[in-house]
Design a binder for this molecule. Structure first.
Ligand SMILES: [Zn+2]
Length: 76
């Protein structure tokens, strides 16, 4: 079945390209916090890939940590 083999190979190639397409360098930061909309601090913009301001980032990390502790459950 050469056709099927070619297809599988093409899919594999496509997948590899998608993985390679993912940026190795950090994405550009937003200039405003996605959560509260305040101007992004310059230090965070320079860091690259910043989406939230420091406060919102901390809150998100805190929530993520809580979720991880609770095994993904929402109850506190
Ligand atoms: Zn914010």
């Amino acid at each position: 079945m050469p056709d099927l083999f070619d297809r599988a190979q093409a899919l594999e190639l496509e997948r590899a390209e998608k993985i390679n397409a993912q940026p190795k360098t950090p994405k550009a930061s937003l200039t405003q916090c996605q959560e509260c909309g305040i101007a992004m601090p310059h230090e965070r913009i320079k860091m690259g890939g910043a989406v939230y301001c420091i406060d919102c980032q901390e809150e998100h990390e805190f929530i993520a940590a809580c979720k991880a502790r609770n095994g993904g459950k929402h109850e506190a």
